[in-house]
Design a protein around this ligand. Sequence first.
Ligand code: PMP
Length: 300
Amino acid sequence: MISPPKRHFDDRDGMIWYDGQLVPWRTCTLHVLSHGLHYASCVFEGERVYNGHVFKLHEHTERLIASAAALNFTIPFTTEQIKAATLSLLIANSVQEGYIRPVAWRGSEMMGIAAKGTNVHLAIAVWDDWVSYFNPESRSRGLRLTVSSWRRPHPETAPTHAKAAGLYMICTLSKHQAEQAGYDDALMLDWRGQIAEATGANIFVVFQDTLHTPAPDCILNGITRQTVISLARQRGITVIERTIHLEELAHASEVFLTGTAAEVAPVRQIGPYSFTAGAITNELIADYDTVVSHDTETRR
Ligand code: PMP
């Protein structure tokens, strides 16, 4: 049976929260001369709804505001207003399980590098026809990653701690490189040549029953990354945030990625190195599943 074509993201039913109003999905547009589009003055978030609750809504909302501040603009809504808007949107669209995309950008009042006179906009969309971030078959077998030719920039080259649209240019290029070569994703090294992160997820490596992950000095300090570090420590697993060199992967037993969309995803290959998901990966997959659906403390 031929499945129906997927609806494009501008052609869906439902409402989008846009600058304080609920707007019908298809009419939620912006002007082509928006600063955010031309100069990447745009920040965003990716959040997940599990069983009607947004996992770490507070943390994601604070990161959105901090990302905007890193790009020198202020979102004209408070954390509490954005959280309330998100929850009202879930109700308006009757979403129980899904993905949320808040996005903030500079508008079209000025065209040029200088942007101080622009208004800042905020939109929030939610959709529930959520498809797994990685192909479910690849995910259950373990992901295969190539090493990208693009490197994460030095923190003095770009605001690397922000979830800013401009930083995703090299992620898209890396992901395309990987998919063209038949891989699921790309591992990006940083400007020093050390292991950094995947194109939309952080990375963890198991060496002799201890968990290692790059220190977040030029990568996104993922909210899932922080959650998994605390889950591992609760299990008594030693977690070490440090510099990791690619060649060290020859001695790694397990590798996994973490991210809001990726969740905890086992990796079976990175370039010439192979791994098998073992006890630590499987325990953390289970712990993460539990925490996203049952942890009342995170239901804010
Ligand atoms: N690194 C990058 C480049 C990402 O896009 C993401 C996804 N937001 C992550 C890491 C993981 O971040 P989080 O766990 O907050 O989703």
